[in-house]
Design a protein around this ligand. Sequence first.
Ligand code: NAD
Ligand code: UDP
Ligand code: UDP
Length: 343
Amino acid sequence: GVITHTSTVTTPYRGAGRVPVGIGRKRMRVVVTGGAGFVGSHLVDKLIKRGDDVIVIDNFFTGRKENVMHHFGDHRFELIRHDVVEPILLEVDQIYHLACPASPVHYKYNPVKTIKTNVMGTLNMLGLAKRIGARFLLTSTSEVYGDPLEHPQKETYWGNVNPIGVRSCYDEGKRTAETLTMDYHRGADVEVRIARIFNTYGPRMCLDDGRVVSNFVAQAIRKQPMTVYGDGKQTRSFQYVSDLVDGLMALMDGEHVGPFNLGNPGEFTMLELAEVVKEVIDPSATIEFRANTADDPHKRKPDISRAKELLNWEPKVPLRDGLPLMVNDFRNRILNEDEGKGN
Ligand code: NAD
Ligand code: UDP
Ligand code: UDP
């Protein structure tokens, strides 16, 4: 017969009941910083499912053990309580760097800490990537575009950002993190990937993070009025978390550095969002207007042509299908909170 040579390496299937590693794909050791948070924990679920070894680094500022507890006891999963502002030594193949408070309420709580996390945390993870030759992915944000003067936003847009505002610790922090990432790439040959994530929602979002989707959903469940800030005509584009996780993994495992916008281009005003929440959660839900916060971007919508073309990725879950998927998780947690208060 003909002997064919392939350059692929397969890892033997280890242990019963686990997902075998796909033919041709090396079993990876992966670090997820911020892996006990909302997005991170969903990413961890998918990495474990595909057969990788996963180390989560988290300081539990906004993350919760409950988000990853279902992996305790799995020898491929490790949870390290660690602050990325401090150096750490590990041996891995890939680093997904998510650690950073993401909602305005949390990142404004201690702005200097937010900057340290973005700058020193990212520096440490890049130093780690350099030392061990790991591939590094930064989860940046659509906030690097600031209050955008270009609509929808392409990756080539440089942004309209206030350097001295109350959001600057986050958006300027992420801009610096992107700069560091590119400088390690150019200067030290570190393999890097940059994702610019647009507003994402789903189960395990913090109940009290003040983000609009979590607020409206929790308010509708609690039979409280949904708080619309300003005139409610500002727009956002909302992406379901499983779409984001697919995009992050396609980016990490693909050949392109980016930056890539990862978001759902479906654009809604806050008033329209309130309508959708009303439709899918409680037809009797009401709204209430509140003053808006400073530096609130008026509109935001990703142009995702680059990710479609180069990563072969686009979101699959529209808002009306995604919102119902987070309702049970929110109901259960709100119920637990209420029971806790009664004790
Ligand atoms: P999250 O707050 O749920 O998760 C962040 C995680 O990082 C938490 O588990 C937190 O405890 C941890 N963390 C924070 N500071 C840390 C530190 N110094 N050391 C170690 N761990 C630390 O937020 P998320 O929505 O899951 O966001 C994850 C990443 O995605 C963030 O980098 C965020 O900026 C980015 N992002 C998210 C969105 C979104 O809509 N969710 C949008 C744009 C960008
Ligand atoms: N670093 C780390 N783990 C490592 C290697 C580096 O946390 O395995 C940290 C290191 O402490 C430093 C940062 O990453 O603060 C940047 O490291 P690099 O080697 O690029 O710079 P230098 O140490 O020369 O300043
Ligand atoms: N928002 C709102 N009601 C809320 C919380 C937020 O109308 O209870 C508005 C907020 O003013 C902003 C939009 O919703 O215009 C998105 O806010 P969020 O904090 O979710 O995300 P970001 O501003 O970071 O995009």
